[in-house]
Write a protein that binds this ligand. Structure first.
Ligand SMILES: O=C(O)c1cc(=O)[nH]c(=O)n1[C@@H]1O[C@H](COP(=O)(O)O)[C@@H](O)[C@H]1O
Length: 234
């Protein structure tokens, strides 16, 4: 078991600042963290990060950087200088890219976590084959997670269905940040490889990225409580 403080990260997948802040106003920063992704950040920029931080939220800036080492390192630095709690890159950018990002991060005060995306939960074996990877997604996740750990990063984004395998293969402190979480009372929607909050924690997830089951609930704060009580029961 890898229980952490405040394991729920609410994905604020909104097109603009107003609805994102409306949702944030219905959430308690003492109970959950929030995630800002590409759409919201591209439209609103650092202002949305600052507005959410001002309300007391720990913020995961989910921009999944993937470029040459110098470019990614500078982008990670810019994120850390915004004071975000967590930022991410694509592990497939390779060891030199991840190490450069980590070195740059070490020069910024604060303790922003740096994690890497392994294989997106939307990708299947056939998608990997089309980009020249003739292996099972699970195997690619294993490889990229090991590379991420060897490169010194804090953890990976992966499907909770891969968490158990990663806990068996990778020892020590290593965050497994898992989307595709669906409490029994929520609709699966477009997510395919899903797990309940309790099962995700049971198999070794550290943080649960939860979007619509919370943001589309009639009472989002109560939905956070429901997820937390499931987690507490493990
Ligand atoms: O990096 C992510 O957060 C992410 C990676 C991944 O492989 N799959 C995935 O669903 N996500 C994100 O996790 C969130 C899941 O939202 P819901 O499906 O609404 O719970 C969305 O913000 C996705 O963009």
């Amino acid at each position: 078991m890898n229980k952490v403080e405040k394991p729920v990260i609410v994905a604020l997948d909104y097109p603009a600042q107003a609805p994102a802040l409306e949702m944030a106003a219905r959430l308690d920063p003492a109970k959950c963290r929030v995630k800002v992704g590409k759409e919201l950040f591209t439209r609103e920029g650092p202002a949305i990060v600052e507005a959410l931080q001002k309300r007391g939220f720990d913020l995961f800036l989910d921009l999944k950087f993937h470029d040459i080492p110098n470019t990614v390192a500078k982008a990670v630095r810019a994120a850390a200088e915004l004071g975000v709690w967590m930022v991410n890159v694509h592990a497939s950018g390779g060891r030199r890219m991840m190490e450069a990002a980590l070195n740059e991060l070490a020069q910024v005060s604060g303790n922003t976590k740096l994690i890497a995306v392994t294989v997106l939960t939307s990708m299947e074996r056939s998608d990997l084959a089309e980009i020249g990877l003739d292996i099972e997604p699970l195997e690619q996740v294993r490889r990229l997670a090991k590379l991420t750990k060897d490169s010194g990063l804090d953890g990976v984004v992966c499907s909770a269905q891969e968490a158990q395998m990663l806990r068996e293969e990778i020892s020590g402190d290593f965050d497994l940040v898992t989307p595709g979480i669906r409490p029994a009372w929520a609709a699966a929607g477009d997510q395919r490889r899903i797990l309940t909050p309790a099962d995700a924690i049971r198999v070794g997830s550290s943080y649960l990225v939860v979007g619509r089951p919370i943001t589309q609930a009639e009472d989002p704060a109560q939905a956070v409580e429901a997820v937390l009580s499931e987690v507490a029961s493990v």
